[in-house]
Ligand binder design. Structure first.
Ligand code: GAL
Length: 661
């Protein structure tokens, strides 16, 4: 890929005739679309009959787009196996948790572990890679589409066999499994791996170990499928490979991207969910550190299907979203979709062009994005996102633990997003890091909502602390083993040994009238909590409830740094104030400097140039306009005029780019 900023759209030329395709290409050029993503649902067009594969339609499209200055990301079409694959073959289909077998007619209906699926998927991908891999217009690949977005763990017979194999590889003997899972409970005891069930319908809940391991098994299998597809493509093409993923899907994104070349995600966050949009950018930047990510899909205005629709973006918001993404490390900002579908189940979905070939309500926004893209491109190319000093761990493994044990319908994504939001409103530049990311260059690490802290993670964090870092652990972190069981040495296992704290009880503080006080603020505490002994490590104490006088916040010195246990979540409005106070306290005392005094609704994305000069992209995202304090004199990148230190204003949805001297 040559270095540029991409502005793209998902395109389905197989659904339209030649005249419409001509018109589309003309309109794409007018709208400033420089990359199209194609092919992800077109298996039938490529292989209308089993074994009769012809990719020439897509070869022509890619060439035609290229002649018109539009490059292509080619997808493999494996989410939609055609009718010849599915008809009369229930054994090849996905089986859901209720034991229902999926039929033909939507997508993700096949079991991606079925050997015949794998065989046919490999074949089609090999044909595509051969036919397309060398085309000059091709700049990248996308494997499949949104793995596990509609489905999660498959319960078919194929998966059952693979599950048993997986368990055997992992535990070696069934006795090891019995011991690890504590299967004497409720007479679950197994005499062979073949007896271990899938988490199929049962009168009450399954053993937590079984449920979580099945999720891990499934996440591993889909990543293996992606690996094998990537391997085939690499035989014929040197263009980089990605997958368009997202946080809520039943995948382990960190594992998935391990063998891919760049990270990309899809987002349909509405304007109210700006925090989730920004968190995605801060996370996806870190799946392939140092490499730009792609926003592979977003709507120009609103998402919709036959059954629902979201609120359209306000005029001006799309540009704010796009500039924030580019500034936070995106190389591409792409829409789903170019031309509104005329058929199928997503006809109402927002697009760039309507089914009848005219601009949609989102079109003006697309033009604004393009105008902005051209303006910022040279600056984005000559600078990189600045590594933050504050890191927040995000883990899809934790997501799996929460799916097995949601306590009270808690979902990991929601919990982390709310926690994350405080960093944005405190103007703290942050990286959201996958679990095994290195911690060099960070000053503060937050590990909330990670039920299982692996030895590897703990050791890395302890190293970080010994070297002077501050590690804030909790809430709900560390209380479960790698088998999703309870520690039997101490409530938080080895963690207590390293921090020297004594956890007394773990129980929910909601509704108990417990209030936490720390740093002069006080608020109700909630969620599943860990209560600590009140001793020399205590920083925050509990008033009221069952644990009057005990601690919910502790601090222990270790090497040159400290470990902080946050045992409970401050809740409600007062809770937000207290939590912010706690975050602010540790970020301030760790001398975090990459931080801005910015008004709510406006963000600063700091970037760094070759000679270490800092460039700030300041974006108002709430349409209210805002301001930020500039710590020093700077240059406005567009007017080239000098701007003085002090208050700096941005208008509604406006963006400004300034570089410090
Ligand atoms: C994504 C999917 C697209 C389209 C879009 C609609 O999840 O990848 O194919 O369905 O949602 O918002």
């Amino acid at each position: 890929m040559t270095k540029k900023l991409y502005h793209g759209a998902a395109y389905y030329p197989e659904l339209w005739d030649e005249k419409v395709i001509e018109e589309d290409i003309k309109l794409m050029k007018e709208a400033g679309i420089n990359v199209a993503r194609i092919g992800e649902f077109a298996w039938h067009t490529m292989e209308p009959e089993e074994g009769k594969i012809d990719i020439s339609f897509f070869v022509n499209i890619i060439n035609k787009l290229y002649e018109n200055g539009i490059e292509t990301v080619m997808c493999t079409p494996t989410p939609t196996p055609p009718i010849w694959f599915t008809h009369n073959h229930p054994e090849r289909m996905y089986v859901n948790q209720n034991g229902e077998t999926m039929g033909h007619g939507s997508r993700q209906h096949a079991c991606t572990n079925h050997p015949y699926f794998r065989q046919k998927a490999n074949e089609i991908t090999e044909h595509i890679a051969k036919a397309i891999g060398h085309l000059p217009g091709l700049i990248g690949w996308q494997i499949d589409n949104e793995f596990k977005c509609h489905v999660s763990e498959c319960m078919c017979k194929t998966c059952q066999g693979l599950w048993h194999e997986w368990l055997e590889n992992r535990y070696e003997t069934v006795e090891n499994l019995n011991e690890a899972w504590g299967t004497k409970i409720w007479s679950e005891y197994y005499h062979s791996f073949e007896q271990v069930p899938q988490p199929h319908p049962a009168p009450f809940l399954h053993n937590s170990s079984l449920s979580t391991k099945y999720r891990q098994f499934s996440m591993e299998k889909i990543a293996e499928f992606s690996d094998s597809q990537a391997e085939i493509i690499r035989k014929y093409s040197s263009e980089p490979i990605t997958h368009n993923s997202n946080i809520p899907f039943a995948v382990d994104n960190e594992r998935l991207f391990e063998n891919l070349d760049f990270a990309s995600f899809d987002t349909y966050a509405t304007q109210e969910n700006k925090a989730s949009y920004l968190m995605n950018c801060d996370l996806w930047r870190n799946f392939k550190k140092g490499k730009d990510f792609w926003i592979m899909e977003t709507s120009t205005s609103y998402a919709a299907s036959l059954e629902s629709y979201a609120s359209p973006h306000a005029n001006g918001y799309l540009k704010a979203e796009a500039v924030a993404a580019y500034a936070l490390g995106a190389e591409a900002f792409c829409y789903w979709l170019w031309r509104q579908q005329r058929a199928g189940c997503e006809q109402p979905h927002g697009s760039v062009i309507s089914a009848w070939g005219e601009p949609t309500v989102g079109f003006q926004g697309v033009l604004e994005v393009e105008e902005m893209r051209k303006k910022i491109e040279p600056i984005m190319i000559s600078t990189r996102p600045l590594q933050a000093e504050v890191a927040l761990t995000y883990s899809d493994q934790a997501k799996a633990y929460f799916q097995t044990e949601p306590h009270q319908q808690m979902d990991f994504r929601g919990l982390v997003t709310n926690f994350y939001h405080h960093f944005v409103s405190l103007g703290i530049h942050r990286d959201v890091l996958p679990e095994s990311a290195h911690l060099e260059g960070y000053k503060v690490l937050f590990t909330p909502f990670l039920p299982h802290i692996s030895d590897e993670y703990r050791e890395r964090a302890v190293e970080f602390v010994k070297n002077g870092g501050t590690w804030i652990v909790g809430p709900i972190s560390g209380g479960r083993t790698g088998e999703h069981t309870i520690h039997t040495d101490a409530a938080l296992g080895k963690l207590e040994e390293v921090s020297g704290v004594k956890a007394l009880y773990t129980y929910p503080l909601d509704g108990t009238g417990s209030k936490g006080t720390a740093f002069g603020e006080s608020a109700p505490l909630g969620l599943w909590s860990t209560v600590f002994e009140n001793d020399e490590t205590t920083v925050g104490t509990i008033k009221g409830g069952n644990s009057e006088g005990k601690a919910f916040l502790t601090e222990s010195k270790l090497g040159n740094g400290k470990i902080v246990h946050l045992g409970s979540l401050p809740i409600g409005e007062e809770g937000d104030i207290l939590l912010k106070k706690i975050i602010d306290h540790y970020v301030t005392s760790a001398d975090v400097t990459v931080r801005t005094n910015v008004s709510n609704g406006t963000i600063v994305a700091p970037r760094v140039g070759e000679n270490s000069t800092q460039t700030w992209v300041i974006v108002n995202m709430d349409g209210q306009g805002g301001q930020v304090d500039l710590p020093a004199e700077a240059i406005d990148e567009f007017s080239r005029e000098s701007v003085s230190a002090g208050k700096f204003e941005v208008g509604p949805y406006e963006y400004r780019v300034i570089t410090f001297k």
